[in-house]
Each structure stands twice: as structure tokens, then as C-alpha cells.
Design a binder for this molecule. Structure first.
Ligand code: P6P
Length: 327
């Protein structure tokens, strides 16, 4: 993937990287810098809380449910508060779509951007110390600044994203993002409190030998999905599925592979959410030379009808996604 990025050395701080690549972002780089700074700030606070979750009582279920009726974990709620507060204070975002809130949140800013976010994906893994992640999409608002926010600002196709990324709270904490000019990864250096460039120009291998799918649901897979999974076994691929989308996606991005969450008996449209899980990762996958579809259609072309709609998700190495689609 040829990128027009100015070659910056490993270790470059995130802020400097954005400023040196401002020509890549079609809008004012200061706005993007502020947005990514807001997101990075909140992620540093969430990272600290995750790292000490075992020590103070912020683990385990809240006893409440999120928009999808899923059990909210305390850290989910904390993360949602942190990202909402940081983006409100930053002033660049006028609205926020979040897994944790039923309708979008009007941030009462004159900001030009709309953010869709899953503040803490994979939260069921919090208590068992498995990597979890934040996923975010950045859109430009369509209606005039200062006027009431409209559906057309909120229900935008993934192809309209101006930036997208994820934070992976793993053995190290990483921020990976794209503005449509390639994908770059930054590792959090906690002694500096900075994200520094560690993975410039990330590209996903054209082919891979890893497939990620929850085979516990295999009985309700479509014949096509069953055939593709059998193909992976016949090819002696490696099965890797840790039940945390960002962690599975990130490994496949680096090593090559495919992640599939298909329609199942329990989830007729798959379990993953278009607006704040699939669109961002689809944008990153494509920018890294990979592919992302719902089994037939390019994820980024899907016109959302509602905030929390789900979609089947096939994402990863281009040749693998195309092979899966051929079944
Ligand atoms: P299942 C976590 O809840 C999540 O949204 C993704 O992070 C993960 O890949 C998937 O759901 C796991 O779902 O049904 O396989 O347990």
C-alpha cells in the first residue's frame, strides 16, 4: 500500500506525526490533532483503570444493560464516561454515537465532527485479563454547524469516514488509525505518557493461514460458512479466536488472517455493530490492503438504517475474504 506519508522515524510522538502529515487530512490538521488527542487522552485514563482493575473494585457487571441489552461491565461505563467527557471538552465533536447509549449524544459543541465509538469492546474479557479494545470512527457533520444535528449527520455510510482507529489494551497498549492514507500504529510509552510511532505503514499480508470464528455456533452457520471453515481445516490453517474483536483483528492485521462473525441462529444479522465496530475496522483493513464485507457487500457501502444495527462481518487478508465469499 503506497502511502503519501512523510517518512518519520520510529519513536515519533503522535502529535508530531499528525502535524507532519497534515497534508494528508483534507480538513484542518488542528481539528484532527485535537480529536485524536481527546481520544488518546481518554484511552490513557482507561488504560490506567484497566491495568489496576484487579486491585480496586471496578471489575465485574454493573447490573445495568447497554443499548443492545448486553450486561454492562463497570469499566464499560467508566470508559464511556471518559471518552464522552474528553470529546466534549475537546470541542471538535458535535455528536457521539456509542454502544453504551441508546440514542446519539449531542455534545452541544460547534464541532464539525461526529464520532461513533465502542468505548470498551470485548468487555466480557475484562475479568479474565484478556486484551480488550476501543474502536472509533470519525465523520464530518453534513448539516451546517450550529444548527440542530440531523439523521444525515449520524447515519452515514462507512465510506464517509474521515478517520478511524482502535486502541488495543494488551501486553502493550497501542493506538492504530488511518485518515485514508495508509495505517500507522503507535505504542503507548507510559513513562512519557505518549503514544509513539512503532508500526509505520501497516499492511496486511495478502494471504494468511489464520481463521478467527466462534465454532461453538457452527451448527447454525450457513452451508457456505460451514464449507469455508471446512476449507480452512483442509488447508491446515490455524484457528485463533480469543473473543475480543480488536485483539483478533490486530493479530490478523499483522500476521495475515480472516475474522468472521457470520449470521447465526442467535444473531440473524451477526452480532457485531456496523456503526461503531465494523465500519472503523473495515476502513483500516482496506487502507492496509485487506478487505471487509458482510459476506457479499463491501461494509463501507452499507447505508445504516439505525444506530445499533448489526451486520455479518468478514474482514482480513484480501485473498482470504475473497475465498470465503466464493463459497
Ligand atoms: P462470541 C465481544 O463481546 C465481541 O463484541 C467481540 O469483541 C468478539 O469478537 C465477539 O463479540 C465474541 O462474541 O459470540 O463469539 O462470544
Amino acid at each position: 500500500m503506497e502511502s503519501s506519508r512523510i517518512a518519520l522515524p520510529i519513536g515519533t510522538a503522535l502529535d508530531r506525526f499528525i502535524k507532519n502529515n497534515q497534508f494528508q487530512f483534507q480538513y484542518a490538521s488542528g481539528e484532527l490533532s485535537q480529536l485524536l488527542r481527546d481520544i488518546a487522552l481518554a484511552s490513557k485514563v482507561v488504560n490506567r483503570e484497566i491495568n489496576k482493575a484487579g486491585l480496586i473494585d471496578i471489575m465485574g457487571p454493573m447490573g445495568s444493560q447497554n443499548s443492545g441489552g448486553e450486561q454492562q461491565q463497570k469499566l464499560d461505563v467508566l470508559a464511556n464516561i471518559r471518552f464522552t467527557r474528553a470529546l466534549t471538552k475537546g470541542g471538535e465533536a458535535c455528536a457521539l454515537i456509542s454502544e453504551e447509549t441508546e440514542s446519539y449524544v449531542d455534545l452541544n459543541n460547534e464541532g464539525r465532527y461526529v464520532i461513533a465509538i465502542d468505548p470498551l469492546d470485548g468487555s466480557s474479557n475484562i475479568d479474565v485479563n484478556v486484551s480488550i479494545g476501543t474502536i472509533f470512527s470519525i465523520y464530518r457533520r453534513v448539516s451546517p454547524v450550529g444548527k440542530p444535528i440531523q439523521d444525515k449527520d449520524i447515519l452515514q455510510r462507512g465510506a464517509e469516514q474521515v478517520a478511524a482507529g482502535y486502541i488495543l489494551y494488551g501486553s502493550s497498549t497501542m493506538l492504530v488509525y488511518t485518515t485514508g492514507h495508509g495505517v500507522n500504529g503507535f505504542t503507548y510509552e507510559s513513562t512519557l505518557g505518549e503514544y509513539v510511532l512503532s508500526h509505520p505503514d501497516m499492511t496486511i499480508p495478502e494471504k494468511g493461514r489464520t481463521y478467527s470464528i466462534n465454532e461453538g455456533s457452527a451448527n447454525s452457520f450457513s452451508p457456505a460458512v460451514k464449507s469455508y471453515v471446512q476449507f480452512c481445516k483442509d488447508e491446515n490453517y490455524t484457528a485463533r479466536y480469543i473473543g475480543s474483536l480488536v485483539a483478533d483483528f490486530h493479530r490478523n492485521l499483522l500476521k495475515g488472517g480472516i475474522y468472521i462473525y457470520p449470521a447465526t441462529a442467535k444473531d440473524k444479522n451477526g452480532k457485531l455493530r456496523l456503526m461503531y465496530e465494523c465500519n472503523a475496522l473495515a476502513f483500516i483493513a482496506e487502507q492496509a490492503g485487506g478487505k471487509a464485507t458482510d459476506g457479499k457487500k463491501r461494509i463501507l457501502e452499507i447505508k445504516p438504517e439505525s444506530l445499533h444495527e448489526r451486520t455479518p462481518f468478514y474482514v482480513g487478508s484480501k485473498a482470504m475474504v475473497e475465498k470465503a465469499e466464493s463459497f
